[in-house]
Design a protein around this ligand. Sequence first.
Ligand code: H2B
Length: 99
Amino acid sequence: MARDLLATDELVKAVADLPGWSVASDGLSIERTFEFRNFSEAFAFMTRTALAAEKMNHHPDWSNVYKTVKVTLSTHDRGGVTELDIELAKRMNRYAGVD
Ligand code: H2B
C-alpha cells in the first residue's frame, strides 16, 4: 500500500526515474534543490505544490531563499520513503517544468 516503506532496491529504482532527486545519505528521505528564475516563479511553484500536498495529505519539508527551494520528502508516520513521496516528487518536477 501507498504508505509502506520502499525497500532499498525499489527506492533506488524509483529515484532513477526522478530527474534531479537523490536519496539522502541516511536513506530515510529523498531530496532535491529547485532553482527558478526569480522569487515569483519559486513561490508559484510552492503554491501549486502546497495545493497538491493538501489534496494528498502528504507534505514536503522545504525551505525557500529567494529563487531557490530546497525540498526533503519522507513519510514521517513511517520514518522513511513511501510511494507517496515518489508521487509528490513527480508532481513537483512537473510543476517546475522538469520531467
Ligand atoms: N506528510 C508527510 N510528509 N508525512 C506524513 O507522515 C504525513 C504528512 N502525515 N502529512 C499526515 C500529514 C498526518 O500527519 C495526518 C494526520 O494524516
